[in-house]
Design a protein. Structure first.
Length: 291
């Protein structure tokens, strides 16, 4: 089994199409198809169900895909480790991040990284914390910035922790209060992120511990929509205190028994040289900011 065969296999699996996979890998389709057939012969099982319209993974193909990605990720890490020793970073750095990352100014950090290491291609993906953590676990992302509660068993470094506040519409019964308790929110309709997105897990846990049964009337996947819906009275929400700086007609009210939410950067079991450098930059910046 050759690494090139695994690269071709992953390309076909992700594209669900031999022609697109060959174009992506910049090889002739006949050569790519022959390589896949040779891999199937060696493994003794078909990897794809082929039809005139689409290509689907077989059960054996699905089993191979996760391992193939892990192998290729490990090989990339090995190559980058040698390049790092030589003082030359190259390859690809795949980064994941939740939206509105307050603790790290990611555009500035990535721009600085690119200036120092122009040979590294940077790829960025935004998503929900749980989804991003799974992408790291599968080797499709080198590292990701997620809510700490979603980090699970992955190696992680804490980046920031902040208190949460209540956000409500200007006509809400809470709008003029100096502070509220979590128990006061019983019976309220809520606006929140989709499950597994942003701080949703932290809010669910905090309200459950406070004995508050809640109904989420509106689910969104971006911060500005959440604040807009709350501002027009369609529910209340619990958000990180840093959201106070965002333009909105909604009101922010302190919570006396405020829960906290944390941000961590997670990596896989093996960390590429490029990911290690970026991680060091982020942690150094945080040390300087808090020192």
């Amino acid at each position: 089994m050759e690494l090139r065969q695994l690269e071709y296999f992953v390309a076909v699996a992700e594209e669900c199409h031999f022609t697109r996979a060959a174009r992506r890998m910049r090889v002739a389709q006949s050569g790519l198809s022959a390589s896949i057939r040779a891999l199937e012969v060696e493994l003794g099982a078909p990897l794809f169900l082929r039809s005139t319209r689409q290509v689907e993974l077989t059960q054996a193909g699905r089993a191979l895909l996760e391992e193939a990605r892990r192998v290729l990720s490990t090989v990339d890490a090995a190559r980058n480790a040698v390049a790092g020793v030589q003082g030359l970073l190259r390859g690809t750095l795949a980064v994941g991040s939740v939206q509105c990352l307050h603790a790290v100014h990611l555009p500035e950090v990535l721009a600085r990284f690119h200036d120092r290491h122009p040979g590294v291609e940077i790829r960025l993906r935004q998503g929900g914390s749980g989804e991003l953590a799974e992408e790291v676990r599968a080797g499709r992302l080198d590292l990701a910035f997620v809510t700490t509660a979603s980090a699970g068993d992955l190696p992680q470094s804490s980046v920031d922790t902040e208190s949460m506040v209540l956000v409500c519409g200007p006509d809400s019964r809470f709008a003029q209060e100096e502070s509220v308790l979590l128990a006061d929110l019983s019976g309220e309709s809520f606006v929140d992120f989709n499950p597994d997105w942003g701080t949703r897990d932290d809010v669910d846990r905090a309200l459950a511990q406070a004995g508050v049964e809640r109904r989420v009337a509106v689910e969104v996947n971006d911060v500005h929509s959440l604040l807009d819906f709350v501002g027009f009275g369609l529910g209340v929400a619990l958000v990180p205190e840093s959201f106070r700086h965002k333009p909105t007609r909604a009101r922010f009210v302190p919570i006396a028994d405020a829960p906290t939410t944390g941000t961590s950067v997670v990596t896989g079991a093996s960390v590429s040289a490029a990911a290690s450098v970026l991680l060091d930059m982020v942690l150094e910046d945080r040390t300087l900011a808090t020192g």
